[in-house]
Write a new protein. Structure first.
Lengths: 345, 296, 396
């Protein structure tokens, strides 16, 4: 064979040997272990840390909420309808989660370095499942959002952990200290009366009102975009959350008395209208929920002012706005008479 | 021979030089031949040694290990399966969001390991309107590409029939994606899950093309392909895949087909199930109840 | 999250993951280049293997062209891969069930074949240059000789055998290299637009016509630059070759399209919508109308009327340029077109190619020009020219 052919073949053989050696060298050790892939990859993938846990993990510290949830309609094992904790609160891992899970104003870090959140916008969250939509099976409880509660937050009426249980306490404030509240109440007497109620007072009756509602109202005056009243905003400016809760506890502990001097016809008319208010405010004006105020014994003028406020938008509440729009001034007056006359605690 | 006209005419000279230099050339050639033979011999020995070593190593490996080192888990004891009851799905998209969070998938509208389709038949129309949470109208309803919600676009329309269908990788028995991968970066495990080895993947996206279900996508951050893994890192620890864990209406069912009492075994026993695109020959392992003719 | 450039807009319903088109314009350029490689090689083998003397003037030019295109072929793929540094993995752990795994070995084999054939063909020239040149270039040529200056009759006979063997092997080699691309598309069951047994021959025959057309253009330009007359016999031969192969290529494409429409399987409705809508300009107008019908009519006319001289020259060059354009459009319409038809069978996407970027129109333009920059250098290193006095410039 001519020299150049020999040398050419030599070069090619050397190249082939080098190529083969390289192939062997670069093949990962665990390749071909179980098949045509890198055997180590399976264990690597399996070793990733899970983000979502199970509700049992939450039970350890949140036993009360877990118990509410376990008994409620968000945990119907027989129907296979179970809304687990992490569906609304985000995964229990320590990875940051944004989205429907925006931290509420407290912004406190969850202990153990987790970053679970309390959903701030319940309308945004709950309607993901419960907005009436073609395609959702009939077994799924759905509502027409606008017609159901206007722009009211779902948690205004529903306990997120046990939504059909209206006796359970939703996320409201802690119980206050009535004794401490009494000390603070001195400043309030000028408008709200020494005993928390009265006739012709500048401020509404507070005696016997729901503690949760009072606390929320006070906090509302302090929050931007909450309740607006220059007098009240000034009054709460120097109050802490604890002060407000204590005041609420104090006034809730007082007993009130109804006016008992209304026009009989007006009262009768008001009673007829009041049927539609009963769902939230109770059949006799005493509500079942700590967040929904008692109406029984409320001063007539303040009652009507409140309704007007809801109608013209100066008082904001999605549910009440809808209700108020359906009521005329005369209706308001009749209702006011009925509730002023109703027995209060 | 071709070439330029100035190529020297070598024929006449070479004959002479062969005669004159024959003795020198001969010994030179002999030397050359010997060195060539020596080299070839060494090369052959080298090749043989390398080959022998390689076979020895691989045969050792083959006999010693029959399962990967996953603590507390033996893949020979399980065979996973997945069921979807489309009659229950409410299109809440919690599964889509949970999957993205659990598996660190890009939070945008173009990369999904799982998704939900909505089929709406309007009165008087033969063909359904189909959309998924990635549709721009639905992205607008959710407010951002990171959050997922179906816009209630048919609430004022006359709807004859509508339903939701969750979709994902079907972990086929004869996966087209595994077949076409040129390097062996995607594979089917002994317990029935199709996985991707991101350290081997070259990012050619042949598998993305081959999947008839659109389950695979290119992950820009990894510069490799990505897809649903049935949360392999969870199921090997006795947990459920994230989508199954969060589904509030039990539309998604998962379990061990080897266990006759597992949710999936019961699901298959109690229902007449369908699979998507059976004509593909891929033999998918996601079993559907409640889909209709337009779902593919 | 920065917007990803390749997000496709769409109508109808597409799978959420489909909005990022996986195979971009790089995967249009790649088969175009391998097509030129295969086509140019076929052109050279018409002389080397089938002994058609009239193609001698372009035989070695074709070989060099094939090599220069082959050197650029890996680039569009490397630019497309997510991990180009792992590009050797299909050769290290080839998954033999995958057509892509074949590519690494096939391409390497074919590149080596091309290098070898070019080396053997230019060996006498290399030896001459090694003896004459000095300095770096002298060293370059000396290395290429592999230390042998043997141009004896025995050596030349051996060379001739090798060239023949390489040329013969190269025909299935080149066609395998390019045909497997067609196979990759034709064997995928996930896209109805691609799934067809006729894909490999369609790709092959359009590759051949693109190769012939390319050589027409390159040969004509090279004669212009060297200020020598064009060999009209060779040109006329190429005209016949182009015409013949074109008819067959169009026949194959026509049969494929007709079967698709006739078979009318699931997915046909969206294909019809696509073909009668978005495809009107890139397919019907550009690929078929301008790129195929006009050159075919022109070539038929010239063949029928026995056109010669300047008229033949102009007609052929125009046809060749149109064919090159139509073959590029064919790759575009197959690759991009297939991905614009959603896998759902219920939607159509629109691919928006980046203008500048890694997988962009700019890089495509550079990749299309690069082989010819290389060729310009190659013909200076290894001139493939043949005396043109051997053949009469014009038939009487």
């Amino acid at each position: 064979m001519p020299k150049h052919i020999v040398r050419l073949l030599l070069v090619m053989v050397v190249a082939a040997v080098l190529a083969y050696a390289a192939k062997q060298f670069f093949t990962p050790k665990s390749f071909y272990q179980f098949g045509h892939y890198r055997g180590d990859s399976v264990a690597e993938i399996a070793s990733d840390k899970p983000n979502f846990g199970t509700p049992k993990a939450c039970e350890k510290c949140h036993a009360e909420k877990y118990a509410q949830w376990a008994k409620g309609v968000h945990n119907q094992l027989d129907k296979g309808k179970v809304v687990k904790c992490e569906v609304c609160h985000g995964p229990s891992s320590s990875r940051d989660v944004k989205g429907p899970f925006d931290n509420v104003a407290t912004g406190k870090e969850h202990p153990q370095g987790l970053k679970m959140s309390i959903p701030a916008d319940s309308v945004k969250l709950c309607t993901l499942c419960h907005e009436q939509m073609p395609g959702r099976p009939a077994e799924q409880r759905q509502v027409d959002v606008a017609g159901h509660a206007g722009t009211q937050q779902c948690t205004g009426c529903h306990n997120a952990h046990s939504p059909r249980d209206f006796g359970a306490v939703t996320a409201v404030s802690r119980k206050g200290d009535a004794t401490k509240g009494k000390a603070l109440a001195a400043d309030c007497a000028a408008c709200h009366g020494d005993t928390g109620f009265g006739k012709g007072l500048p401020g509404p009756n507070l005696a016997g009102q729901k503690e949760g509602y009072l606390a929320a109202a006070l906090k509302g005056y302090k929050k931007a975009g909450g309740r607006s009243n220059d007098m009240m905003t000034g009054m709460v400016a120097s109050m802490s959350d604890t002060d407000m809760e204590n005041l609420a506890a104090y006034y809730a502990s007082l007993s009130c008395q109804s006016a008992r001097d209304g026009d009989k016809n007006a009262i009768a008319a008001g009673k007829a209208l009041a049927a539609r208010c009963a769902t939230c405010h109770g059949a006799a004006g005493i509500s079942s929920q700590p967040a929904w105020p008692n109406l029984a014994g409320q001063a007539s003028d303040h009652f009507q002012a409140a309704l007007k406020g809801y109608r013209d938008g100066s008082r904001k509440n999605g549910m009440m706005e809808k209700v108020a729009k359906e009521l005329s001034d005369k209706d308001g007056a009749n209702l006011a008479a009925y509730y002023a006359d109703a027995k209060c605690k | 021979m071709t070439g330029s006209a100035t190529v020297p005419d070598t024929d006449s000279t070479s004959k002479d030089s062969v005669q004159e230099l024959s003795q020198e050339q001969l010994s030179q050639e002999q030397l050359q031949r010997r060195s060539v033979l020596r080299f070839f011999g060494a090369a052959a020995l080298g090749c043989g040694a390398a080959a022998a070593a390689a076979t020895a190593v691989s045969s050792q490996a083959a006999t010693a290990i029959d399962k990967p080192e996953i603590p507390g888990y033996d893949w020979n004891q399980h065979h996973w399966g997945y069921g979807i009851d489309a009659t229950r799905c409410i299109g809440c998209l919690r599964c889509v969001e949970a999957c993205k969070i659990e598996n660190n998938v890009q939070r945008d509208a173009h990369h999904f390991r799982t998704w939900v389709e909505r089929y709406v038949y309007l009165e008087g129309e033969e063909r359904p309107h189909i959309d998924s949470q990635a549709d721009p109208v639905n992205i607008a309803a959710s407010g951002s590409e990171k959050e997922y919600r179906f816009a209630n676009r048919y609430k004022d329309a006359k709807v004859d029939k509508a339903f939701f269908v969750p979709k994902m990788c079907n972990h086929c028995t004869h996966p087209a994606c595994v077949q076409v991968c040129p390097v062996g970066a995607t594979y089917k495990t002994e317990d029935g899950v199709v996985l991707i080895d991101h350290k081997m993947c070259i990012g050619c996206q042949y598998c993305v093309q081959a999947c008839p279900y659109g389950a695979r996508f290119f992950d820009d951050r990894l510069q490799a392909t990505n897809k649903c893994t049935w949360c392999y890192h969870r199921i090997t620890k006795g947990l459920l895949p994230a989508c199954v864990e969060v589904c509030p209406v039990s539309a998604r069912v998962f379990g061990d087909l080897k266990d006759k009492q597992s949710p999936i075994s019961k699901f298959l026993r109690d229902n007449r199930t369908h699979v998507l695109r059976p004509e593909s020959g891929n033999a998918p392992n996601c079993y559907y109840v409640g889909i209709d003719k337009e779902v593919s | 999250m920065e917007p990803i450039a390749e997000i496709a807009s769409y109508v109808g319903y597409v799978y959420p993951n489909e909005t990022v088109i996986p195979w971009t314009v790089m995967i249009v350029i790649y088969p175009y280049l391998t097509g030129l490689v295969a086509g140019a090689f076929t052109m050279s083998s018409l002389y080397q293997v089938f002994g058609m003397e009239r193609f001698k003037p372009v035989a070695h030019l074709s070989l060099l062209t094939s090599l220069c295109c082959m050197l650029i072929v890996p680039l569009p793929l490397l630019l497309h891969l997510g991990h180009p540094e792992r590009a050797a993995n299909p050769m290290i752990t080839p998954h033999t069930t995958s057509a892509f795994a074949v590519f690494g070995y096939m391409a390497s084999f074919y590149l080596i074949l091309l290098v070898l054939e070019n080396w053997f063909v230019f060996r006498p020239y290399i030896i001459q240059q090694a003896q004459q040149r000095k300095g770096v270039m002298g060293l370059f040529f000396r290395v290429l000789t592999l230390g042998s200056y043997d141009l004896s009759a025995k050596a030349m006979a051996a060379d001739k055998k090798w060239i023949m063997a390489l040329a013969i092997t190269g025909i299935p080699g080149a066609h395998g290299l390019h045909g497997y691309v067609g196979f990759v598309f034709g064997s995928l069951k996930s896209r109805e637009w691609w799934s067809s047994d006729l894909m490999p021959p369609i790709f092959l025959f359009s590759a051949i016509i693109s190769g012939i057309a390319l050589l027409v253009v390159i040969y004509v330009i090279s004669c212009r630059l060297r200020k020598v007359p064009v060999d009209m016999d060779c040109l006329k031969g190429m005209s016949y070759a182009l015409w013949g192969f074109m008819m067959f290529a169009l026949l194959l494409e026509g049969v494929e399209f007709a079967s698709l429409m006739y078979r009318a399987r699931e997915g046909i409705e969206i294909i019809k919508e696509y073909v009668s809508g978005p495809l009107i300009v890139p397919f019907w107008t550009m690929q078929i109308g301008i790129g195929s019908v006009i050159p075919l009519l022109l070539l038929t006319f010239m063949a029928w009327r026995g056109t010669r001289g300047t008229a033949l020259y102009n007609g052929l060059v125009l046809s060749a340029m149109l064919v090159l354009f139509s073959v590029l459009m064919m790759r575009w319409n197959v690759v991009i077109g297939g991905q614009e038809i959603a896998k759902t069978g219920k939607g159509l996407l629109t691919y928006h190619a980046e203008v500048i970027g890694r997988e962009s129109l700019l890089t495509s333009a550079i990749l299309l020009v690069a082989p010819f920059v290389l060729l310009w250098g190659a013909v200076r290193l290894f001139p493939p020219w043949v005396e043109t006095e051997v053949h009469a410039p014009e038939h009487a």
